[in-house]
Design a protein around this ligand. Structure first.
Ligand code: FDP
Length: 345
């Protein structure tokens, strides 16, 4: 028999899909000189997410709904699931030995792990807290930096680097199924958890954000606090112009991961601009805007703060806030035009 038979691709999809670990390992093998630490780090992130997903599913039964009675560094009441998710991520990542520095929405400052791990991991352990008690979609967002000098004792300031330095970012969406969206700088890939196996399998490879969409997502309740430019954009996107597919439809879950995920796959725009109450925006640069900016750019979309590219902002504080506008290139550019227009006299 000829050898060439073994090179014929299988006619049907393999019975066992590509696991998240297989996917990251394949990337590692393609990168000369890699040590396996990055693969191991992402396996630990995925482990933490799987543990959190199990708890999210049974939160109502496990007395995990409601508040702990504490107020976090952002001045927000801490929910029991927020605290649980934070503990899981901190524990799993510290034990991995790969993280020199950890930063979380639920920790006061960046935490040094006490050993010279190679990476900095920044995360929002449970995003969309207002949806927790309603069985709505919530998520976990994370960003990974490589430390510039992994042999030096870790210092918290090492977390303050612009998003363009990220080497990986992703989020988990705890919805009807648990999905993990990941980019290591080579496109964006979606993995779906098989709850029976407790493993993530590749479900959508190389996702692209459509160049233009037909959905806008913004908290319209903030209208009275917006600048004139944002109000004009809002009126424009709702105005009748069928040749440009306007008016756009409106969708707003109020959970960044859920709103961003829809925007990534279907296109359109998600905007949380600055307003009279949140003068610097509401969302956090290091563990919400940067990872989302990285994912959207990797998928061919855009992420700005109204004017500037999100990934170019040089952070000054770990919990720094920023306006965030993400989505299809056409739609984000349209927002920028309105937001930067000189105010009419
Ligand atoms: P939440 O306060 O419920 O945790 O990051 C915070 C966040 O949710 C985002 O997930 C969400 O996009 C946004 O705030 C919603 O804010 P508003 O309720 O002000 O619209």
């Amino acid at each position: 028999m000829s050898d060439s038979i073994s090179h014929i691709p299988p006619a049907v999809a393999p019975i066992v899909g590509t696991t998240l670990r297989d996917h990251v390992l394949a990337g590692m093998r393609a990168a000369p000189g890699s040590t396996g630490e990055f693969t191991s780090l992402l396996s630990h992130v995925s482990l933490a997410i799987r543990i959190i997903a199990v708890r999210v599913r049974s939160a109502g039964l496990a007395n995990l709904l409601g508040y702990t009675g504490e107020i976090n560094v952002q001045g927000e009441a801490v929910q029991k699931l927020d605290a649980y998710a934070n503990e899981v991520l901190v524990n799993v990542l510290e034990r991995s030995g790969h993280c020199g520095i950890l930063g979380s929405e639920e920790l006061d400052g960046a935490r040094t792990a006490g050993h010279p791990g190679k990476y900095v991991v920044l995360f929002d352990p449970l995003d969309g807290s207002s949806n927790i008690d309603l069985n709505g979609s919530i998520g976990t967002i994370f960003a990974v930096l490589r430390r510039q000098d992994a042999t030096s004792p870790p210092s918290a300031n090492e977390a303050l680097r612009p998003g363009r330095d990220l080497i990986a970012a992703g989020y988990a969406l705890y919805g009807p199924s648990t999905e993990m969206v990941l980019s290591t700088g080579q496109g964006v890939h979606v993995f779906t958890m098989d709850p029976n196996v407790g493993e993530f399998f590749l479900s959508q490879a190389s996702v692209r954000c459509p160049p233009k969409g037909t959905i806008y997502s913004v908290n319209e309740g903030n209208h009275a606090r917006w600048t004139d430019g944002v109000k004009k954009w809002n009126a424009w996107i709702k105005s009748e112009a069928p040749e440009e597919a306007r008016p756009y439809s409106h969708r707003y879950v109020g959970s960044l991961v859920a709103d961003a995920h829809r925007t990534l796959l279907k296109g359109g725009i998600f905007a949380y601009p600055a307003d009279k109450k949140s003068t610097k925006g509401k969302l956090r640069l290091l563990y919400e805007a940067n990872p989302m900016g990285f994912i959207f750019e990797q998928a061919g979309g855009m992420a700005i703060d109204g004017q500037r590219r999100i990934l170019d902002i040089v952070p000054e504080a770990i919990h720094q806030r920023t306006p965030l506008i993400i989505g299809s290139r056409h739609d984000v550019e349209a927002f920028r035009r309105f937001a930067t227009e000189a105010p009419s006299k």
